[in-house]
Write a protein that binds this ligand. Structure first.
Ligand code: ZN
Length: 87
């Protein structure tokens, strides 16, 4: 059996599909409790991932999935920023 090299995959909190990290936007709750969009993928903290798709953002907001994944509230400016990036 050949081994398949694994690409790091993360699950979108919206649609729950696994995708390569680079296809997803990372949102992070930093150790000082700020919620940020992590453009570099390197910020430390608790992360959540979203497809680059407004529908996934909507899904993730419904039922507060994103908030639960981050264990933090989403500041309105972060939501606006995400919408702008996904539109
Ligand atoms: Zn998704």
């Amino acid at each position: 059996m050949g081994r398949i090299r694994k690409i790091p995959q993360r699950i979108c909190v919206g649609c729950q599909k696994a995708r390569g990290k680079k296809e997803l936007i990372r949102i992070v709750r930093t150790p000082d409790l700020q919620v940020k969009i992590d453009a570099t993928g390197k910020l430390s903290g608790r992360g959540a991932y979203l497809c680059r798709d407004l529908e996934c953002l909507d899904l993730a907001m419904t039922g507060k999935k994103l908030q639960r994944a981050l264990h933090a509230d989403l500041p309105p400016e972060v939501v606006e920023n995400l919408k702008a990036q996904l539109a």
